[in-house]
Design a protein around this ligand. Sequence first.
Ligand code: FE2
Length: 262
Amino acid sequence: MIDVHTHILPGIDDGAADWEYSIKLARAAAAEGITGIVATPHHYDGKYSNDVETVKALTEELNGKLTELDIPVRILPGQEIRAHNDFLTNWQSGKLLPMGLSSYVLIEMPSSQIPRSMEQIVYELRLLGIRTVIAHPERNAEVVQEPNRLAELVELGAYAQVTTHSLLGGFGRGIEKAAWTLCRRGLIHIVSSDAHHLEWRGFRMKEAYERVEQELGPAWRRYFERNAQAIWDARSLTDQPTILQATTKTAGWNKIKSLFGK
Ligand SMILES: [Fe+2]
């Protein structure tokens, strides 16, 4: 299994506090059958700033320790970048990291709303050949209120990542419900742990995939697993199985596109 959103690097955000804890997280991941982890420390969120060089150096150091300790998990560097006005300038000047070696970038929105800059970021990154992965939209109040707002960003080329804990009820019933609603509308493309701490925000990847299989069927489980692997391998995400419940807006837009033969 591959997990593309984690806070496993030590002492640089609200995830692993030190090397000992990073190793502890890696051991827990290995025990669950996770073999590849993208480290995505918070960046540009007003509290944490983790530049490219720091993230790459810590990733390399962690991989060295995992090899020494014979823990069968590999780490690739990334960032969970808060949407901000200078995003495109910062991207173009090499100040931001994609997820691993891929051309996908993990972007976090504030929990209260969708920032005004989001549409422009998604659209312009796409013109540059870079695709946005929106981190845990099920925890964004505006998306929960109106899933069509996420559908609009997906239409523009964004993908979305749901968190295992949301699917499993770890953030409460409201977020759990929102997470499954977004899945059923075909607005979720990747499942990841957003692991911070083993005590209450560990991986739970296996458990979440099992729930996906129960709730949505085996084709959706395979789809989410394939997409996580695709990011790890720096390939394109794959086609979705049949959408279980299309949003009105998406259905309408698809109809318009088919009328014009696009
Ligand atoms: Fe995160």
